[in-house]
Design a protein around this ligand. Structure first.
Ligand SMILES: [Mg+2]
Length: 352
C-alpha cells in the first residue's frame, strides 16, 4: 500500500492564474492535478485563487493524508460527504477537483498506464479541437487570431464576443472550412437573442453558448432555445449531478460543457458523462487552461461516446505560457488518444 504523504499547491501566475496540486505518495511517486483557477480579482492578480488553495490545505489535505493513494473514488465520496454541509457548489468542489485529478494521475503513473486506459479505454480514435479565444473586442486582433488558429490546424474557433460585426468578421477571417462557435457568457436578455441569432445564422455559427443572464435560469434558456435557429451550448457553471440532471432534462442544450475543475474532478465527471448518454446530449468538456485540467478533460472525453469537441485555450502569442503547459498536438484538426502514463501532465520548471 502506498499512502498519501504530501499535498503541495503550486500557484502559477503567468497572465492566466493556475492552481496546480501535487500529491506525493509514500513511495515518492507523484500525481499532478489542477483546481479551478480562482474567483477573479482584478486588483491583485492571482489572489482570487487563495480561498481555493486554503480549502485544499486546511480542509481537504488533513482528511486524505495517510490514506491509501489507490482509493481515489472512496476519498472523493468521503470528502464530499463531509463537505456537502458547507457547499457542494463553488469553492469546495473547485478545490476537491485538484486533489481528485492528482490522485487519478498518480494512479495512472503507478500502473504505468494512461488514465483513459484505467477507464476501460478510448471510444474514439480522434476528437476535433477548437481554439477558444479570450474576449478580444478589437477587430484587427480578432481577425489575426482567427487566421492564426486556422493556420495552426484547429477544426473550430470559439469567440467570446457579443457584437454582430465581430461575428461576421470572424467568419470572413477564418474562411469557410472551420466551424465557428460563439460564447457570450450570459450577455443578453432573452428578448435580445433573436437579432443576434440572425447574425449567427448568417455566419453559419455551430453553437450559441450561454446566451442569457442569469446563466443558470434553465427555464429561460429552454424558452429561448425554442425561438432560435442556432443550437445552444452551456453547463460550465453547473456543479452537481443533480444540477446536470435538471439542465439536461430541460432539453434546451445540444452540447453540454461541464468544467472538470468546477464539478470536483474526474470522479464526478464520469457520472455526469453517463448522464449525457441518458439524455443523448453531446459532450464538449469546458476548459480554459493548458496543463493538467485540459489533459484530464481529454482523457475523460475519450472515454465517453458523447464527446464531440475538445476546447483548447488559444491566447495571443504575446502572453507567456510556461513550458510544460503546451497545447496537445493536432492531426487534421483533431486530438488523438493520449498515451502517456497518468494524464501526462508535469509541473512547469520553477521560475518559468
Ligand atoms: Mg463558455
Amino acid at each position: 500500500m502506498a499512502t498519501i504523504e504530501h499535498v503541495r499547491i503550486h500557484p502559477l501566475n503567468h497572465g492566466l492564474t493556475q492552481l496546480l496540486v501535487e500529491i506525493i505518495d509514500s513511495d515518492g511517486v507523484s500525481g499532478i492535478g489542477e483546481c479551478w483557477w480562482g474567483i477573479p480579482n482584478a486588483e491583485v492578480p492571482g489572489r482570487g485563487a487563495n480561498p481555493i488553495a486554503a480549502t485544499v490545505e486546511s480542509v481537504i489535505t488533513p482528511r486524505i493524508q495517510g490514506h491509501d493513494a489507490h482509493d481515489v473514488q472512496r476519498l472523493w465520496y468521503e470528502v464530499m460527504d463531509f463537505g456537502q454541509r458547507y457547499g457542494d457548489q463553488g469553492i469546495f468542489t473547485m478545490a476537491l477537483a485538484g486533489v481528485d485529478l492528482a490522485l487519478w494521475d498518480l494512479l495512472g503513473k503507478r500502473h504505468d498506464c494512461p488514465v483513459v486506459s484505467l477507464l476501460g479505454g478510448a471510444v474514439h480514435q480522434r476528437v476535433p479541437a477548437y481554439a477558444s479565444l479570450p474576449p478580444l473586442r478589437d477587430p484587427d486582433v480578432l481577425a489575426a487570431e482567427c487566421r492564426r488558429a486556422v493556420r495552426e490546424g484547429f477544426a473550430g474557433i470559439k469567440l467570446h464576443e457579443h457584437e454582430e460585426d465581430l461575428v461576421h468578421l470572424s467568419r470572413e477571417a477564418a474562411g469557410p472550412d472551420v466551424e465557428i462557435m460563439v460564447d457570450v457568457n450570459g450577455w443578453f436578455r432573452p428578448e435580445q437573442t433573436r437579432a443576434f441569432d440572425d447574425a449567427l445564422v448568417a455566419a453559419r455559427v455551430l453553437w450559441f453558448e450561454e446566451p442569457i443572464s442569469p446563466m443558470r435560469d434553465i427555464d429561460a434558456i429552454a424558452a429561448v432555445s425554442q425561438t432560435l435557429e442556432t443550437p445552444l451550448a452551456g453547463g460550465e457553471n453547473e456543479y452537481s449531478l443533480r444540477d446536470f440532471e435538471r439542465l439536461l432534462s430541460a432539453r434546451a442544450l445540444t452540447w453540454v460543457q461541464p468544467e472538470i475543475t468546477k464539478i470536483g474532478g474526474l470522479t464526478p465527471a464520469l457520472r455526469i458523462s453517463a448522464l449525457t448518454e441518458l439524455y443523448n446530449t453531446a459532450l464538449a468538456p469546458h476548459n480554459f487552461r493548458l496543463g493538467p485540467s485540459l489533459l484530464a478533460s481529454i482523457h475523460w472525453g475519450f472515454a465517453s461516446p458523447q464527446t464531440t469537441w475538445f476546447e483548447v485555450p488559444f491566447v495571443p502569442e504575446t502572453m507567456h505560457v510556461p513550458s510544460g503547459l503546451q497545447r496537445p498536438t493536432l492531426i487534421d484538426g483533431c486530438i488523438t488518444v493520449p498515451e502517456e502514463p497518468g494524464f501526462g501532465a508535469f509541473l512547469p520548471p520553477s521560475g518559468d
